[in-house]
Design a protein. Structure first.
Length: 423
């Protein structure tokens, strides 16, 4: 059975898929037409927000994570988030750590927003695909105007106000050809934390991959080149979540990235009206788990329907059981398996993952160095055994635990993905 005792995260879409950009590859704009075709404007009301916050904080997890996404979540307005943190302060228990993260295209960030985000220690994820000629190819507004220069302005404001942020880059048919250029661009920008999301969608008419999707071999080459750049200094000097999640598994912990974990129960996704789905890739009436305005959130999370979805990931195709890398990738994202099935010959969740060959290429290329990196990280975290002559003393705690250090609680996760305090 899936482990439902560990803390999970809420992925909340207070504005559903409403957005001030019209990125060509955005899957969630199309979701609106399927799930909420009767309304054009979507906003979470205060009562739904209250039920979500109280239901989740009532779990009394040591660390409770709220992840605000979209569409564009900043369209909810600053007052909405002021109310959210007010409710979190009111309904959280003493000693309960609450974290907030905001995934945004950053277009609306100004000084007032930045001061708020800094005051309440929001971690901001900025969507940016690389330098202007790569970013602006797909990421434009409704009028067709580019957005890269506006994102750069927002990053300057975040830095000036000391707001912690990272960058999330979508890998598509264009950017997959430029791994070194993209990596070098972010390094020169002094971006310290990166995550790369491969895009795969099926065209509704042709039933083949959409025109912005790269071939699996192309993504595999991208990952190999990116790994080489990451390891070029001898030891990584910035964070790439995709690679670090694999090292975490090799260290014996769980993966902080749901793509490579053994079950799909890292979080649940809440829509603007309280509808609950297992994941934003599965915002579909047939996967709806319930509504937070009608059923307590803990009951929804632990429902038989959610457990059944969580274990879809273990419906591996036969070739997975013959693959030496299964313990690292766990079949990849279930969505990529179900979407890849009609293209690669399967019929359901047991179909081959569209990016299966991509991950095989990465592991075949990098596995020996992954083991070396694992050993070096382990040596950095391990307290030496006391000598026989020395009196046994408990090791002193470090003066400061870095965000990329292993969490002192012993979970095997990085501190930033586990117990790092956020108010």
């Amino acid at each position: 059975m899936p482990d439902y005792t560990r803390p999970y995260t809420l992925l909340i879409k207070p504005c559903s898929g409403d957005c001030n950009l019209r990125c060509h590859y955005c899957f969630y704009l199309r979701t609106l037409d399927l799930v909420y075709p009767e309304t054009r404007r979507h906003r979470m009301d205060e009562e739904t927000l209250r039920r979500v916050v109280t239901g989740y904080l009532g779990e009394r997890f040591p660390v409770s994570g709220f992840c605000w996404q979209g569409g564009e979540p900043m369209l909810a307005g600053l007052d909405f988030y002021k109310k959210a943190v007010e409710l979190q302060s009111k309904h959280g228990a003493d000693g309960q750590v609450v974290s907030n993260s905001l995934q945004t295209n950053a277009i609306l960030i100004d000084e007032e927003w930045a001061r708020f985000l800094r005051q309440y220690s929001f971690l901001v994820g900025v969507s940016m695909d690389g330098p202007p000629e790569l970013h602006d190819h797909y990421r434009r507004d409704a009028g067709g105007k580019p957005s890269h220069h506006r994102v750069l302005r927002a990053i300057e404001i975040l830095r000036a106000n000391q707001v912690e942020f990272n960058v999330l880059a979508v890998v598509n048919k264009l950017t997959v050809k430029h791994p070194r250029e993209i990596y070098d661009y972010f390094r020169r920008m002094k971006i310290s934390h990166l995550q790369f999301i491969p895009i795969v969608e099926i065209d509704a008419d042709s039933r083949q991959v959409s025109d912005f999707v790269m071939a699996p071999e192309e993504y595999g080459e991208f990952l190999c080149a990116l790994w080489d750049e990451w390891m070029r200094p001898g030891f990584p000097d910035l964070s790439i979540r995709d690679f670090e999640s694999v090292i975490e598994r090799l260290l014996g912990g769980g993966s902080s990235l749901c793509t490579f974990d053994s079950a799909c129960n890292h979080y649940v996704m809440l829509e603007h009206n309280g509808d609950v789905f297992p994941c934003d890739f599965y915002c579909d009436p047939k996967y709806k788990l319930g509504n937070a305005n009608e059923t307590p959130l803990p009951e929804i999370f632990r429902s038989h329907k959610h457990a059944g979805f969580s274990w879809l990931k273990t419906c591996y195709p036969r070739e997975c059981y013959q693959c030496r890398w299964l313990s690292l990738c766990n079949g990849g994202c279930t969505k990529d398996r179900m979407l890849g099935a009609p293209i690669l010959g399967g019929e359901n969740a047991r179909g081959s993952n569209y990016f299966c060959r991509s991950y095989q290429m990465l592991f075949e290329h990098a596995y020996p160095r992954m083991l070396e990196l694992r050993d070096r990280v382990w040596a950095m975290q391990t307290v030496p055994e006391p000598s026989e002559a020395a009196a046994p003393e408990p090791p002193s705690p470090p003066a400061r635990v870095g965000r990329n250090d292993l969490c002192p609680c012993g979970s095997g996760l990085k501190y930033k993905n586990c117990c790092m305090p956020r108010k």
